[in-house]
Design a protein around this ligand. Structure first.
Ligand SMILES: [Zn+2]
Length: 275
Protein backbone atom coordinates (compact mmCIF):
# COMPACT_ATOMS: atom_id res chain seq x y z
CA UNK A 1 0.00 0.00 0.00
CA UNK A 2 1.44 3.31 -1.06
CA UNK A 3 0.30 5.84 1.52
CA UNK A 4 -1.41 9.00 0.27
CA UNK A 5 -4.07 10.64 2.42
CA UNK A 6 -4.44 7.61 4.69
CA UNK A 7 -8.19 7.39 4.08
CA UNK A 8 -8.18 3.94 2.50
CA UNK A 9 -5.20 2.12 4.04
CA UNK A 10 -6.25 -0.10 6.93
CA UNK A 11 -4.05 0.76 9.91
CA UNK A 12 -3.81 -2.85 11.07
CA UNK A 13 -4.35 -4.95 7.98
CA UNK A 14 -2.70 -3.16 5.06
CA UNK A 15 0.96 -3.25 4.17
CA UNK A 16 1.69 0.45 4.39
CA UNK A 17 4.91 0.41 6.44
CA UNK A 18 8.09 -1.70 6.19
CA UNK A 19 6.87 -3.55 9.30
CA UNK A 20 4.27 -5.41 7.24
CA UNK A 21 0.77 -5.94 8.61
CA UNK A 22 0.81 -4.24 12.00
CA UNK A 23 -1.69 -6.72 13.42
CA UNK A 24 1.07 -9.31 12.99
CA UNK A 25 3.94 -7.04 14.00
CA UNK A 26 2.35 -5.71 17.20
CA UNK A 27 0.12 -8.71 17.86
CA UNK A 28 -3.64 -9.28 18.22
CA UNK A 29 -3.80 -7.11 21.33
CA UNK A 30 -2.43 -4.18 19.32
CA UNK A 31 -5.77 -2.37 18.78
CA UNK A 32 -6.36 -2.27 22.51
CA UNK A 33 -2.75 -1.40 23.42
CA UNK A 34 -2.51 1.42 20.88
CA UNK A 35 -6.13 2.46 21.33
CA UNK A 36 -6.71 2.27 17.60
CA UNK A 37 -9.72 0.19 16.66
CA UNK A 38 -9.15 -2.75 14.39
CA UNK A 39 -11.12 -1.29 11.46
CA UNK A 40 -9.32 2.08 11.60
CA UNK A 41 -7.64 3.59 8.57
CA UNK A 42 -4.22 5.18 8.88
CA UNK A 43 -5.67 8.70 8.96
CA UNK A 44 -7.61 7.75 12.11
CA UNK A 45 -4.31 7.50 13.99
CA UNK A 46 -3.52 11.15 13.29
CA UNK A 47 -5.03 13.97 15.34
CA UNK A 48 -4.10 17.56 14.67
CA UNK A 49 -1.21 16.54 12.42
CA UNK A 50 0.45 14.32 14.99
CA UNK A 51 0.32 10.59 15.53
CA UNK A 52 -2.10 9.85 18.29
CA UNK A 53 -0.46 6.87 19.93
CA UNK A 54 0.34 6.09 23.58
CA UNK A 55 3.96 5.73 24.69
CA UNK A 56 5.48 2.54 23.28
CA UNK A 57 5.62 -0.39 25.66
CA UNK A 58 7.32 -3.03 23.55
CA UNK A 59 10.21 -3.24 21.09
CA UNK A 60 7.69 -3.69 18.26
CA UNK A 61 5.86 -0.52 19.25
CA UNK A 62 9.19 1.35 19.42
CA UNK A 63 9.90 0.23 15.86
CA UNK A 64 6.51 1.49 14.79
CA UNK A 65 7.10 4.86 16.45
CA UNK A 66 10.51 5.09 14.80
CA UNK A 67 8.96 4.50 11.40
CA UNK A 68 6.14 6.97 11.98
CA UNK A 69 8.66 9.76 12.60
CA UNK A 70 9.85 9.29 9.02
CA UNK A 71 6.40 10.08 7.57
CA UNK A 72 5.88 13.81 7.00
CA UNK A 73 2.62 15.10 8.48
CA UNK A 74 0.06 16.16 7.57
CA UNK A 75 -0.49 13.51 4.92
CA UNK A 76 -1.11 14.61 1.34
CA UNK A 77 -4.84 15.24 1.29
CA UNK A 78 -4.99 15.26 -2.51
CA UNK A 79 -3.29 11.87 -3.08
CA UNK A 80 -5.26 8.67 -2.62
CA UNK A 81 -3.80 5.58 -1.02
CA UNK A 82 -3.03 3.05 -3.74
CA UNK A 83 -2.29 -0.65 -3.83
CA UNK A 84 0.77 -1.75 -5.77
CA UNK A 85 1.81 -5.25 -6.74
CA UNK A 86 5.36 -5.99 -5.64
CA UNK A 87 6.99 -9.36 -6.29
CA UNK A 88 10.54 -9.87 -5.00
CA UNK A 89 12.76 -6.95 -5.91
CA UNK A 90 10.61 -5.77 -8.79
CA UNK A 91 9.23 -2.27 -8.34
CA UNK A 92 5.47 -1.81 -8.28
CA UNK A 93 4.53 -2.03 -11.94
CA UNK A 94 1.39 -4.08 -11.91
CA UNK A 95 0.97 -7.81 -11.62
CA UNK A 96 3.40 -9.84 -13.76
CA UNK A 97 2.69 -13.56 -13.71
CA UNK A 98 6.23 -14.60 -14.69
CA UNK A 99 7.88 -12.48 -11.97
CA UNK A 100 5.41 -13.71 -9.38
CA UNK A 101 6.12 -17.31 -10.39
CA UNK A 102 9.87 -16.73 -10.10
CA UNK A 103 9.39 -15.38 -6.58
CA UNK A 104 7.02 -18.14 -5.47
CA UNK A 105 8.58 -21.23 -6.98
CA UNK A 106 11.00 -23.31 -4.99
CA UNK A 107 14.49 -23.25 -6.47
CA UNK A 108 17.07 -25.97 -6.30
CA UNK A 109 20.68 -26.05 -7.41
CA UNK A 110 21.21 -26.48 -11.15
CA UNK A 111 21.74 -30.19 -11.84
CA UNK A 112 24.89 -31.31 -13.61
CA UNK A 113 22.77 -33.21 -16.18
CA UNK A 114 20.71 -30.21 -17.20
CA UNK A 115 22.47 -29.77 -20.58
CA UNK A 116 21.67 -33.34 -21.60
CA UNK A 117 17.99 -33.16 -20.66
CA UNK A 118 16.99 -29.61 -21.61
CA UNK A 119 18.71 -28.19 -24.66
CA UNK A 120 17.77 -25.98 -27.58
CA UNK A 121 16.04 -28.05 -30.19
CA UNK A 122 15.03 -30.90 -27.89
CA UNK A 123 11.61 -32.46 -28.43
CA UNK A 124 9.45 -31.76 -25.37
CA UNK A 125 8.01 -35.28 -25.02
CA UNK A 126 11.49 -36.79 -25.40
CA UNK A 127 13.07 -34.34 -22.97
CA UNK A 128 10.33 -35.03 -20.44
CA UNK A 129 10.83 -38.81 -20.58
CA UNK A 130 14.60 -38.29 -20.38
CA UNK A 131 14.15 -36.02 -17.38
CA UNK A 132 11.94 -38.59 -15.65
CA UNK A 133 14.44 -41.34 -16.42
CA UNK A 134 17.37 -39.27 -15.19
CA UNK A 135 15.61 -38.83 -11.86
CA UNK A 136 15.00 -42.59 -11.97
CA UNK A 137 11.28 -41.96 -11.64
CA UNK A 138 9.96 -44.05 -14.53
CA UNK A 139 7.38 -46.44 -13.02
CA UNK A 140 9.32 -49.59 -13.82
CA UNK A 141 8.08 -52.90 -12.41
CA UNK A 142 10.76 -52.94 -9.75
CA UNK A 143 9.62 -49.50 -8.54
CA UNK A 144 5.94 -50.45 -8.69
CA UNK A 145 6.66 -53.59 -6.65
CA UNK A 146 8.60 -51.48 -4.14
CA UNK A 147 5.44 -49.42 -3.67
CA UNK A 148 3.61 -52.61 -2.69
CA UNK A 149 1.96 -53.57 -5.98
CA UNK A 150 1.69 -57.36 -6.27
CA UNK A 151 3.35 -57.73 -9.67
CA UNK A 152 6.27 -59.65 -11.13
CA UNK A 153 9.38 -57.52 -11.47
CA UNK A 154 10.71 -59.37 -14.52
CA UNK A 155 11.66 -57.24 -17.51
CA UNK A 156 8.79 -57.49 -20.04
CA UNK A 157 11.11 -57.00 -23.01
CA UNK A 158 13.61 -59.79 -22.38
CA UNK A 159 12.09 -61.75 -19.46
CA UNK A 160 15.56 -61.81 -17.94
CA UNK A 161 16.56 -59.62 -15.04
CA UNK A 162 14.44 -57.25 -13.02
CA UNK A 163 12.92 -54.28 -14.71
CA UNK A 164 14.86 -51.35 -13.29
CA UNK A 165 15.66 -48.22 -15.25
CA UNK A 166 19.26 -49.26 -15.78
CA UNK A 167 18.30 -52.77 -16.88
CA UNK A 168 15.56 -51.60 -19.24
CA UNK A 169 17.52 -48.80 -20.86
CA UNK A 170 21.16 -49.86 -20.53
CA UNK A 171 21.59 -53.61 -20.28
CA UNK A 172 18.42 -55.29 -21.56
CA UNK A 173 19.25 -57.44 -24.61
CA UNK A 174 16.26 -56.00 -26.47
CA UNK A 175 17.40 -52.43 -25.85
CA UNK A 176 21.00 -53.29 -26.67
CA UNK A 177 19.93 -54.25 -30.18
CA UNK A 178 18.54 -50.76 -30.60
CA UNK A 179 21.60 -49.20 -28.98
CA UNK A 180 23.83 -51.01 -31.52
CA UNK A 181 22.05 -49.25 -34.37
CA UNK A 182 22.35 -45.90 -32.55
CA UNK A 183 26.06 -46.52 -31.94
CA UNK A 184 26.68 -47.07 -35.66
CA UNK A 185 25.54 -43.47 -36.16
CA UNK A 186 26.81 -41.85 -32.94
CA UNK A 187 30.11 -43.74 -32.33
CA UNK A 188 29.97 -46.47 -29.70
CA UNK A 189 31.46 -46.10 -26.22
CA UNK A 190 34.61 -48.16 -25.55
CA UNK A 191 32.58 -50.34 -23.17
CA UNK A 192 28.81 -50.45 -22.86
CA UNK A 193 27.65 -48.21 -20.04
CA UNK A 194 26.47 -49.94 -16.91
CA UNK A 195 25.27 -46.85 -15.03
CA UNK A 196 23.21 -43.82 -15.96
CA UNK A 197 26.11 -41.47 -15.26
CA UNK A 198 28.26 -43.43 -17.74
CA UNK A 199 25.58 -42.80 -20.37
CA UNK A 200 25.60 -39.08 -19.59
CA UNK A 201 29.42 -39.04 -19.70
CA UNK A 202 29.39 -40.72 -23.11
CA UNK A 203 27.08 -38.02 -24.46
CA UNK A 204 29.33 -35.27 -23.13
CA UNK A 205 32.56 -36.89 -24.26
CA UNK A 206 31.69 -36.46 -27.96
CA UNK A 207 34.60 -35.01 -29.96
CA UNK A 208 32.54 -32.38 -31.73
CA UNK A 209 29.55 -30.19 -30.98
CA UNK A 210 27.59 -31.87 -33.75
CA UNK A 211 28.21 -35.36 -32.44
CA UNK A 212 27.32 -34.27 -28.93
CA UNK A 213 24.04 -32.81 -30.14
CA UNK A 214 23.31 -35.92 -32.19
CA UNK A 215 23.98 -38.12 -29.15
CA UNK A 216 21.58 -36.01 -27.09
CA UNK A 217 18.84 -36.16 -29.72
CA UNK A 218 19.34 -39.89 -30.32
CA UNK A 219 19.55 -40.81 -26.64
CA UNK A 220 16.37 -38.93 -25.82
CA UNK A 221 14.58 -40.55 -28.76
CA UNK A 222 15.95 -43.93 -27.64
CA UNK A 223 14.67 -43.52 -24.08
CA UNK A 224 11.28 -42.34 -25.34
CA UNK A 225 10.85 -45.16 -27.86
CA UNK A 226 12.01 -47.95 -25.57
CA UNK A 227 9.72 -46.71 -22.81
CA UNK A 228 6.87 -46.40 -25.28
CA UNK A 229 7.37 -49.94 -26.53
CA UNK A 230 7.67 -51.23 -22.99
CA UNK A 231 4.30 -49.64 -22.22
CA UNK A 232 2.81 -51.01 -25.42
CA UNK A 233 3.88 -54.48 -24.39
CA UNK A 234 2.76 -54.19 -20.76
CA UNK A 235 -0.55 -52.44 -21.35
CA UNK A 236 -1.56 -53.46 -24.89
CA UNK A 237 0.28 -56.80 -25.24
CA UNK A 238 1.71 -55.38 -28.43
CA UNK A 239 5.03 -57.01 -29.20
CA UNK A 240 7.25 -55.78 -32.01
CA UNK A 241 10.87 -56.66 -32.82
CA UNK A 242 13.60 -54.30 -31.71
CA UNK A 243 14.34 -53.55 -35.36
CA UNK A 244 10.88 -51.96 -35.64
CA UNK A 245 11.56 -49.86 -32.57
CA UNK A 246 14.75 -48.64 -34.20
CA UNK A 247 12.91 -47.97 -37.46
CA UNK A 248 10.49 -45.70 -35.58
CA UNK A 249 13.34 -44.03 -33.72
CA UNK A 250 15.30 -43.56 -36.96
CA UNK A 251 12.31 -41.97 -38.70
CA UNK A 252 11.75 -39.63 -35.81
CA UNK A 253 15.40 -38.55 -35.52
CA UNK A 254 15.43 -37.80 -39.25
CA UNK A 255 12.28 -35.73 -38.88
CA UNK A 256 13.70 -33.82 -35.92
CA UNK A 257 16.91 -33.01 -37.80
CA UNK A 258 15.02 -32.17 -40.97
CA UNK A 259 12.61 -29.86 -39.13
CA UNK A 260 15.48 -27.93 -37.57
CA UNK A 261 17.94 -28.04 -40.47
CA UNK A 262 17.86 -24.25 -40.78
CA UNK A 263 19.36 -23.92 -37.31
CA UNK A 264 23.13 -23.72 -37.47
CA UNK A 265 23.59 -26.38 -34.80
CA UNK A 266 21.43 -28.91 -36.67
CA UNK A 267 22.55 -28.19 -40.21
CA UNK A 268 25.22 -30.93 -40.34
CA UNK A 269 23.50 -33.60 -38.28
CA UNK A 270 21.76 -35.45 -41.11
CA UNK A 271 25.04 -36.43 -42.75
CA UNK A 272 26.22 -37.81 -39.41
CA UNK A 273 23.02 -39.74 -38.80
CA UNK A 274 22.58 -41.26 -42.24
CA UNK A 275 24.74 -44.36 -42.51
ZN1 LIG B 1 15.19 -56.75 -20.32
Amino acid sequence: MSLGNGQLASFWYDNWSPLGHLINHIGPLGPRALRIRSNAVVADAIVNSTWSLPHPRSAQEVELHAHLTTIPLPLHTDIDDTYECVAGDSPGCGFIASTTWEVLRPRDQVKDWVDVVWFKGSVPKHAFTMWTATWDRLPTRERLAAWGMPIATTCPLCARGNETRDHLLLSCEYSLQVWREVFIRCTAPSTMFTTWSELLSWIRAAGSKELKLLRKVATQAFVFHIWKQRNNLVHNQLSIPSSSVFAGLDREVRNIISDKRKRKTFSNLMSLWLR
